[in-house]
Ligand binder design. Sequence first.
Ligand SMILES: *[C@@H]1O[C@H](CO)[C@@H](O)[C@H](O)[C@H]1NC(C)=O
Ligand SMILES: *[C@@H]1O[C@H](CO)[C@@H](O)[C@H](O)[C@H]1NC(C)=O
Length: 318
Amino acid sequence: MAFNPALLSSIFIVLLVFSTVTNALSLNYYDKSCPNVEQIVSNAVKKGKANDGTVPAALLRMHFHDCFIRGCDASVLLDSTRGNKAEKDGPPNISLHAFYVIDNAKKQVEASCPGVVSCADILALAARDAVVQSGGPNWAVPKGRKDGRTSRASESVQLPGPTFNISQLQQSFFQRGLSLNDLVALSGGHTLGFAHCSSFQNRIYNFNATRDVDPTLRPYFAASLRNTCPIKNRPRNAGATMDSSSTIFDNTYFKLILQGKSLFSSDQALVSIPRTKGLVTKFASSNQAFSDAFVMSMIKMSNLNGGQEIRKDCRVVN
Ligand SMILES: *[C@@H]1O[C@H](CO)[C@@H](O)[C@H](O)[C@H]1NC(C)=O
Ligand SMILES: *[C@@H]1O[C@H](CO)[C@@H](O)[C@H](O)[C@H]1NC(C)=O
């Protein structure tokens, strides 16, 4: 039989997919090798939150960003090096913070069980703890992720952006094996946190050829956003909280979308087709339905894996 590069490459792809799928996570992964890991991470998040109320939102967002690029492999935690600009320094104003909370957790985990727990698992646990400590649902986190060796600033453009419409959002989630249900449930993570003016500026100035302001925004809400985000003499770091109870994990975010008070085009986009609008309506009326869906989608998203090693320091490859 003649050498067939196409066949070889399709076998390679099959193997690659298979190896990704079979890198299975488990709930009791560290039961013997690092029984205290969950307690250590939870304490680190608690301490971080006590010092800075924005820490939970930051950790949840950090985990999303990690999983959306190269899988949940802690690529988002790597620092830039002399020859490489890392994801965290990427272009779309990603403004991630609270990396020190992960560093603190890792340091204590290493002291208790050196070389055993991946940074990717620490981040996945920290994201869960961030939700729990903000009054949201609790769940058991599958573990056994490995840390990746690559982090590129240029890849941060693969993140779904705040100006995305529903088809762009759908495509971004589908490419990662995530459904429209996952899109709506995970968007509920916007219940925590703060947005800079630059991420919703498109809705309040020069919206389109005929309108200055996005007509789906409540006029008085749009006016208050314009007040917060003046074109001239805008304070550095000006912006707005993602929902009116921005340190409490709840379904307020969905209620605000239905009231024309969401911040991002990508939030408003969730009510632009019946399928996702139905879910927004359901989650707005039931915090329990939202919590259940969020947990399922978090577990699904945080199963996307890609790494190879257990990093010693979350900021540098071994
Ligand atoms: C976002 O990035 C743009 C272009 O790099 C910059 O002009 C703008 O000030 C940034 N906004 C924030 C809030 O960092
Ligand atoms: C979403 O945006 C893309 C890119 O701008 C455009 O091609 C597409 O038609 C838009 N889809 C919807 C439903 O607006």
